[in-house]
Design a protein around this ligand. Structure first.
Ligand SMILES: Cc1ncc(COP(=O)(O)O)c(C=O)c1O
Length: 432
C-alpha cells in the first residue's frame, strides 16, 4: 500500500502505524527525517496524479479546462507536476502568476481571480497574456479596460456572480453568501453586460462562480449552478453570448474517519444537468481536492508533558507550519510512526508556539508516545505549507516530494539568515 492508494484516512492511519513507509511511497520516514530534519511537509506525486486523472475522467466529453487553485499549494514542484498533467492555474496574485509561468503553465491556461487585484498585478497579467480575468467589482472592470487600452489589447473577462448560496462550510471559507466580500449580485452583473460597449477593451463573455471551500454536499453546487445557468439563458436571450463558465472549486476532501470526499463524477453530473443547454467552455478551479490528501506533515515529539488535567504531546511542528487547526478548528488525523503496539492514551497535541491556539488536537486517543517519536499529521497537502508563517521566528519547514520509492527536497528548510533577510535595525532614516 502507498499513500496514493489509501481510500480513507482511517485506512492510512491504521496501516501507517504498523508500516510507516506506506505513507511515504516506499521511502523510510526515519531515514528521511534524519536527512531533512523535522518538521517537514511531504507530498505524494502519485496521489496527486491519481486525483487529476479522476477529475479528467469525470469531465470527459466536456470542453473543460481544469485550473489548479495555486493558493492551495504553490510549491514549484507541485505546479510543475500539475502543468505536466495538462492543467492550467487559477491565480489570485502577481506572485502566483510568476510561479505559474515559471512552472511552465501556458498563459492561455491561467485565470486570475480575487477581490483585490492591484493595477500592477492586472498589468503584469495583461503583459503575460493570460486567458481570463474573473472580475469582482465595477471598479476592477474599469481598471482592466483602461490598462488593456494602454497596452492596445483586448482582455477576456468573466463576472464573478455572488449567487447568495450557503455552502454549509466553515464561515471563514464561505464565499458565496450575499454578506461575503466576493463577486457581485446578478442585478449588478446584468448592468455590466447591458453597458458592455462602455468598456471596449474588455471582452465580457464569461461567468464565474465559487461558493466556498471544503464542500462535501452536492446541493449547494446544484443551487449555485442553477442560478448561473438561468442568468446565462437570460443573457443569451438578450444577445450576450457566453463563451466560458468558470464553476470554481471548493470540492471537499476526507479529513477524518466517517467523512466522504466529494465524488467528482457525481459533481460533474450536477454540472452537466445544470448546463445541459450550454455548449461553451467550462473552467474548473479545484485546489484542496487535488492535493490535500496527498500531503502530510512529519514532526517529532519534543516531550510529553504531564499536566494537571491532561497530558500534552509537544511536537516540533506548530501552528506556523500548519495553521488550519488553530484557524478553522480543523481536524487532521495524527499517526505516531513508532510501529510497535503500545497502550492507548489521551493527549492534547500541541506545538511550541506561545499561544493556547497552537493545538493540533484536543483529547485525542493515540498510541502512547515518547520524546523522539515521529508523528505524521495527515491531509496537509493543501493550505498547509501555503499558509505557513515564521511566527515565533520559526523558519519555514522543508517540503519533500515523494515518488515511487524516491524523494526530492522541493523546498529546503529556511535558514535563520533567509528568515531575517531584508530587515534592518532602522539606521537609514530618510524624510519623504
Ligand atoms: C476563486 C477561487 N477558486 C478556487 C478556489 C479553490 O478552492 P478549493 O481549494 O476549496 O478547491 C478558491 C479558494 O479559496 C477560490 O477563491
Amino acid at each position: 500500500m502507498t499513500l496514493s492508494e489509501f481510500e480513507t484516512v482511517a485506512d492510512a492511519a491504521a496501516v501507517a502505524s504498523q508500516d510507516p513507509e506506506s505513507l511515504f511511497e516506499g521511502v523510510d520516514p526515519a531515514a528521511l527525517a534524519d536527512r531533512v530534519g523535522t518538521p517537514f511537509h511531504a507530498y505524494s506525486a502519485a496521489a496527486i496524479r491519481r486525483r487529476i486523472a479522476e477529475l479528467q475522467q469525470a469531465l470527459q466529453g466536456l470542453d473543460a479546462l481544469v485550473c489548479f487553485a495555486v493558493k492551495a499549494n504553490p510549491n514549484r514542484a507541485i505546479l510543475t507536476l500539475v502543468a505536466d498533467a495538462g492543467l492550467g492555474a487559477d491565480i489570485v496574485s502577481g506572485g502566483e502568476l510568476r510561479r505559474s509561468l515559471e512552472a511552465g503553465i501556458a498563459p492561455k491556461r491561467i485565470v486570475f481571480s480575487g477581490v483585490g487585484k492591484s493595477e500592477q498585478e492586472i498589468d503584469a497579467a495583461l503583459a503575460a497574456g493570460i486567458a481570463r480575468f474573473n472580475l469582482e467589482s465595477r471598479d476592477e472592470l474599469e481598471c482592466l479596460d483602461r490598462l488593456a487600452r494602454e497596452r492596445g489589447v483586448e482582455a477576456c473577462a468573466a463576472v464573478r456572480i455572488n449567487p447568495d448560496v450557503d455552502a454549509g462550510t466553515h464561515e471563514k471559507i464561505s464565499t458565496g453568501r450575499a454578506e461575503n466580500k466576493f463577486g457581485v449580485p446578478i442585478d449588478e452583473a446584468r448592468c455590466w453586460f447591458a453597458e458592455r460597449m462602455r468598456h471596449p477593451n474588455v471582452r465580457l463573455d464569461g461567468l464565474h462562480v465559487h461558493i466556498g471551500s471544503q464542500i462535501l454536499d452536492l446541493e449547494p453546487f446544484r443551487r449555485a449552478f442553477a442560478r448561473v445557468a438561468a442568468f446565462r439563458r437570460e443573457l443569451a436571450a438578450a444577445g450576450h453570448a457566453i463563451a466560458s463558465i468558470d464553476v470554481g472549486g471548493g470540492f471537499g476532501v476526507r479529513y477524518r474517519n466517517g467523512e466522504s470526499r466529494l465524488d467528482a463524477q457525481a459533481w460533474a453530473g450536477v454540472l452537466r444537468e445544470a448546463f445541459a443547454d450550454y455548449d461553451g467552455r467550462f473552467v474548473v478551479e479545484p485546489g484542496r481536492w487535488l492535493v490535500a490528501e496527498a500531503g502530510l506533515l512529519l514532526t517529532r515529539v519534543l516531550r510529553v508533558k504531564r499536566g494537571v488535567e491532561r497530558d500534552f504531546l509537544v511536537l516540533d511542528a506548530a501552528m506556523n507550519d500548519l495553521a488550519r487547526p488553530s484557524l478553522y478548528d480543523a481536524w487532521h488525523e495524527i499517526v505516531p510512526l513508532h510501529g510497535a503496539a503500545r497502550a492507548m492514551r489521551r493527549y492534547d497535541v500541541v506545538g511550541p508556539v506561545c499561544e493556547t491556539g497552537d493545538t493540533f488536537a484536543r483529547d485525542r486517543l493515540l498510541p502512547e508516545c515518547a520524546a523522539g517519536d515521529l508523528v505524521a499529521i495527515l491531509g496537509t497537502g493543501a493550505y498547509g505549507a501555503s499558509m505557513a508563517s515564521t511566527y515565533n521566528s520559526r523558519p519555514l519547514a522543508a517540503e519533500v516530494l515523494l515518488d515511487d520509492g524516491r524523494y526530492s527536497i522541493v523546498r529546503r528548510r529556511q535558514s535563520y539568515e533567509e528568515m531575517t533577510a531584508g530587515e534592518s535595525a532602522g539606521e537609514d532614516w530618510t524624510t519623504p
